[in-house]
Structure formats: structure tokens, C-alpha cells
Ligand binder design. Sequence first.
Ligand code: MN
Length: 727
Amino acid sequence: MKKGEIVTEQQFFDQVKSYIKSEESLALIRKAYDYAHEKHEGQFRRSGDPYFTHVLSVAYILATLKADPQTVSGGLLHDVIEDCDVSDEEFTAIFGEEIHGLVDAVTKIGNLKIKDQAEYQAANHRKIFIAMAKDVRVILIKLVDRLHNMRTLKFQSPEKQKRIARETLEVYAPIAHRLGLAEIKNELEDLSFFYLDNDKYHEIAHLVENKKSERDKQVKTMIEEISAILEEHHIPFRIFGRSKHLYSIYNKMTVKNKRFDEILDLLAIRIITKTELNCYEILGYIHATYKPIQGRFKDYIAMPKVNLYQSLHTTIIGIDGKIFEVQIRTEEMDQIAERGIAAHWAYKEGQSKSRQQKDIVKELEWLKAFEDEDRDASHYMNDIMNDIFNANIYVMTPKGRVIDLPNGSTPIDFAYRIHTEVGHQTIGALINDVLMPLNTPLKTGDVVSIRTNKNSGPSEDWLKFVKTNNAKNKIRAFLQKKEEQERAEFAKAGEQILKDEIKRRNLDPEILDHKKLETVAPQFQVQSVNDLFYSIGVKSLTVQALIEKLVKQEKKELDSSSLQSVLEKNQAKRRHTNTKTDVYVKGIDTMKIQMSSCCKPVYGDEIVGYVTRGSGIKVHRRDCPNVRSEKARLIDVYWNEDHDNNIKYDTEITIYSKDRAFLVSDIVTVIAQYRATMLSVNIVANRDDLTATALIGLVVDNKDHLETIMANLRKVDSVMDVARAIK
Ligand code: MN
């Protein structure tokens, strides 16, 4: 029967009966035939043919490949679940689990639609195809299904023709090649070529046709010559000319960049003989008669290709200096060459069930046993095994992009593979249009759609079930960053609390010097200043405790430095600053006004002016005993109401205290805390009652500032009283 013709019932059963003899198997195929015929009744293809013609053609081609009865039945039934509303239960009840498994897988692969060409990745689609098939018979049915659809593709729209042709060329033909199904592969390629690049197809077809009669004549002459030689030596043989398929010529012209007339194996002859020994004998006679071209001899008998192909190849210079490619092999090798794995599985009645197990993993393992020293070949084989069977699953985006993931991967792994942000924002997953928990393990063929929310973020729980390191790392990084952000916020809040407290206590902001904070950090069991702020922010440390510690630290520093040198520095600084006053006398603005050096008033004190002889007015505190009796020379003076805050006042205080160690440094610390500059310290210790009197000179802003300092000095341990000094 010719390609493209409609198969009759008679032709089909003749083909089946040519190799299937058991009543039981024939009954099964008959049942499948009748069932499919009934179920597809009334359905038509675009060609106008009854739909049943399609499934019958598929089953017929499978029978020509000597597929087992289940596979042939599967071919007849491959569209009934999808197209005839037959339930899985009904199907299984009638045809059993095995055939249901085949048809179910074929249906599922058929549903893998490439919706978006931009997302299309041929290599991944091949993998998903093979991984979903599991059983090699499923691939066989699917390949043959596609073959028949390609043969009838002319009835589809040009757009669909191109899409299906591309998929066939990139997904189906390579799988056929991988399984050694040369006939199917070649036909799929030529049909795809026809639809994908029709001009080129016709151009090459024309080139091939052009000198066909000339070439045919050359081949015929050559066949006669070789036949004569082999007959003379009594070697059994079949010999015939062989034409290359158009797509392979096209490939040689484009990939190898050759002109049509440069392609060497256009003239090709194949010799089929009985034994391996015959093959080598024939080769010997041919090489003895014709000059072989160096580097073109290949012994695929000693070293079969990974898809089991065996043959001897040689290229010789034949009649009229024409170049011929000659292939020599046994009948069995020829079967394998044309039908690959299908020839190996060819159904033989009486075989044990285990031999008929069509587990694709086992079959590929079996193929693997044929590996030889050919490094590339074993590399190739390992790649297939690794790619497909190393616990990978293949799932798809709604647009049809294939994503491969390790076994056990979840929608979260999938989401992170799509894009990091998609992963972070995942809030739900639709698996095959059903909302499923995020920890659901995905299966090959699942279509996964991720729901996201911009304001959402990964959860720590995800780490318990995600499978890929990619997802794990990204979740961890996100959580860590989030924690850091939170820490930073708490630290910022803590720092503010600290600053507010310093301000409230009217302490010197210098106390928050980074180095100072750094030195106290270890005392709170934290590493850094930021940790200190954070501790305050989260209230694991009170701001009071920290300030106390800082104050003490300050004190220690003062103890260790020389008080005298500090004072000298302060005095020097003070001499350079403007010591103008902020006092005026009503009605007089030319008088020189100075602060008295006995009671040293500060802004805010009640004051009075004393008119000196020749040195202007001296300002005293109103209660200064030095001027109280001089009423005649006193004059009212006033503080400026718009006081200049930059003006500072020198003054002195007296501290009465019990004498003890570190008294001075405690006093100095308080003064420093309240941002007053100390100019002098004079301590007189009284040995009789163990008391000490300290006269402290300092620079303050105003009366409030001074009184705050005095009040805090009174709180210092051992201090009995603090008073303004008057000389
Ligand atoms: Mn079909």
C-alpha cells in the first residue's frame, strides 16, 4: 500500500495476521477495531475522510513495524478517550490497564500544546515527551500518529501547517532518529521540510529529478557490475540503488555549505547479504575492483552506532569516475537500520512477558550495553540518560514554556525558576487549573500557573519543602534581608530614644561618640554600636542602663587623662572667645560694662551695676556682699531681653564634700556631662573632719544651666552642698 492511501479493513488484518497468530491477540485487535470504529462513527477529518481512517492508518503503520498486539490496539484506540468522551473507567473495564496506560499517555502528550512560540524550546519538549511516555510503545504510537497527521497536513491552515511542521522537525524527528526509526524519521523530515520551506523543497526536488535518469543509468550499470562479481564468488546478496531523502540533501547543502553536485553520496548502493562474514567479503571484492576514497570507510559492524545501527560504509570511484557510496549489511542489520528499536522489539509470539516489557528505562539501559569505545557515543548515551531519567520532572508555564526541575519540586521551586520576584511574591498556585497547596509535589506534564501579590514575601516555612537550591538560597537571602531591614529600623528607633533621653537629661551629646559606644557595647553582650541601638529599640536594654554606663565610662577616661592639661586647654580656648556681656543701663549706651570678678554673675541672675572710678560699670549679683553697702554708687542694670545665646559666662562654685578617692573625677564628669567648660579646680582638704572644699571655675550658658549642674553635683556621692562662690 502506498503512503497516503486509505487503508482497508482487509489490508489491515492481512498485515496484522502476517505476524500475529494467536486467537486471543487477534480477538483483542478485532475488539479494538470494532470499538474505535463505533466510537468514531460520524466524526470526520478536515480532509473529509471518516475519522476512523486516521486511527486505522496509525494501527496499520504500527503493524508494519510488527508492534505487539497491545500497541496495535493502542493505535486503534489512541483518540477515543480524548475525542469520544469515553471515560477512563469504561476504557479500562473493556481493554484493561495496560492498553489504558498506553492510550492515556498518548492523550496526555497530545495535550502538551505549545501555545507561545517564544516560549518554545525543542530540546525540553523532547525531554518532556520522552519522560511522559515512560513506555517506549507510547512513543511509537505517538510518532506514528504524528506521521499520519503529517501525511494529511495539507488540509490544515498554512499557519497550523508551519507550527506542526516545526514541532515535527524539532521534536518528533529527533526522537525517531534517537530510537533508530530511520524510515519514520526521514519521512517526518521531508514532510516538515515541504511545509517549512516549500521553495527550497521544490528546488532540491528539482535538482534531484533533473539528472535522475542519468544517475539511474549510472547506478544501474554499477549494480550490474557488482552483481557479476558477487555471483562469480557465490555470495548471497540483494542489491539496490538508494536515494537520499530531500531534507538530508538540504542539510548537507546548508550545514556543510556544499553545492548540490559536491554531495558525494547522491549515488548510493546498498547490498544486503546473509552473514557478517559475507559483509566483509563483499567489501573486500569491491575494494579490490574500485578505488576507495580515503577516510570514507566506516565499520559500524564492529562499532555499532548508539541507536544500534550496524553496517559497512565505503565510498568508491566507480564507472566513469563517478563517486558511489556503498552500504553493506545483513538482513537483520537492515531491519534495525530502517526500524531501529522497533525492529528489536518486533513482536514474536511465544516470547516471555518479561522480554516484552517495554519500560523505556530498561530499553535505554539495553541500548547502553551496546556502547563501544566511541567516546562521543557513550557521551551521547549518558546525556540522554541523565537528561531524562535523573529524577527530573518537566512542567510547563501556561504559555507552554517547559521548565525542568528535580523530582519532588513544588510550585515554589517552579516560581523561583521563572523569576526571583515571582518566587518572592507567590501566594498561590494553580496546577492544571486547580488551586493547590504550595507544597504539592509537581509531576511531569503539569501546567503550573503562579498567583502573586506584590506585597507578599516568602515564608520561612517554604524552606521546609522546597527542593531546589536556587529557591532555598533566594528565600534565605530574602528573609535575611528582611531581618536586616527590621533590625535597621529598630536600631534607628533605639538611637532616637537614646538621643531624646540625652536631650531630656540635658547631657552632652558628645557622650554618644561612636568610639565611646563601641567600648561599652561588650558590657551589654553585643557586638556593635548598631546592636546597642537595636537592643534599645526592641527594649531588651533600657536607655537608663546604657547612659549610666556611658557616664561611668566618661569618668574613667577623665581619671586617666591629666585634669591639669584639660583645664589649661579650656582656659586657653576661653581667652580667645568673645567675653562681651549682655547687660545694658537704661538711657546709657556708651558705658563700658564688665562682669565683676567676685560674684561672677551669669545671665538670669538678679544683678546690679556698680559705677567704678574710671573703669565703667561692674555688674554684680544683687546679693553680692561686696556692693551691698555701696548704695550710692549702685545703678540699675538689665539683661538684654533678646539674649545672645553665644555669650557664655565665667563663674565659680564651691563644693563642700567628704573627702574620698575619685571625688574630683566624679565632679569633673558631671560638669562635662552638662556641657560646661571647666576652667579651674582648687581643692582644699580638711584633715580634721575629713572634708574637702572645692572651688571650681567654669563657663556656663546661663543661670538655668548653672543650677542644673549644681543640682546634679549635689547628687554626687559624698557631696554635702554646692554653692555659688563669692570672693
Ligand atoms: Mn491521532
